[in-house]
Design a protein around this ligand. Structure first.
Ligand code: GS8
Length: 206
């Protein structure tokens, strides 16, 4: 039986974008269902009874929730093509650590920049991005030569870097040039450029 894969998503969700990139990297065909988060569908409420959030991957009728867990699930189920996590247990743990760091520091940092006066939060965010720059080092991607889990965890937030300027008087371009160069490298990949939120549409919401 062919796999039936459905993604419940909202177009501008950085978490949903992670899953779209993972599916594109693996070349998996799926149905994309856009959710209105102000009026969630009965399917969403049934498939994520705990958090009631997108993204949700439905694989042959069974739901998987939480973007990083979904990405790891995709990597384990479709393991033949484009591995997203290293096979070595230590390197896998490192990749999970940095993906988790993105959630704790970049995601939450972005929220703080947008909801507080921005200055202090902006500084913290830059510090986190600098730590990520250190981890990236001279490698093209976080895992080395190949695009992987840490890259796809962070790249959806690139769309919001421009808005950081507006909120916190920040220039990530000046402070973290390596991250910007890395982001531009990622954007050259079709799996990334096709999955990111529409920039014009995003700008019109700011
Ligand atoms: C976050 C998902 C999330 O915040 C993940 O998947 O990694 N930790 C989760 N989803 C938001 C949309 S993106 O901002 C959502 O579904 N919000 C609906 C709500 O809170 O009611």
């Amino acid at each position: 039986m062919a796999d039936k894969v459905t993604l419940l998503n909202a177009w501008r969700s950085p978490f949903g974008i992670r899953v779209k990139i993972a599916l594109a990297e693996k070349g998996i065909e799926y149905e994309h269902k856009e959710e209105n988060l102000q009026d969630k569908s009965p399917l969403l409420l049934k498939m994520n009874t705990v958090h009631k959030k997108i993204p949700i991957l439905i694989h042959n009728g069974k739901p998987i929730c939480e973007s990083l867990i979904i990405v790891q699930y995709i990597d384990e189920v479709w393991k033949e093509t484009s591995p997203l996590l290293p096979s070595d247990p230590y390197l896998r743990a490192q990749a999970r650590f940095w993906a988790d760091f993105v959630d704790k520091k970049v995601r939450d940092g972005r929220r703080k920049v947008m909801t507080t006066d921005g200055k202090e939060a902006g500084k913290e965010l830059i510090e986190s991005l600098k730590l990520l720059e250190g981890e990236l080092g001279e490698k093209p991607y976080f895992g080395g030569e190949k695009f992987g889990c840490v890259d796809l965890s962070l790249i959806p937030f690139y769309s919001f870097f421009n808005s950081f300027k507006t909120y916190g008087n920040l220039s990530i371009e000046a402070e973290c040039p390596k991250i910007i160069a890395w982001a531009k490298r990622c954007l050259q990949k079709e799996s990334v450029s096709k999955s990111l939120a529409d920039q014009q549409k995003l700008k019109s919401l700011l």
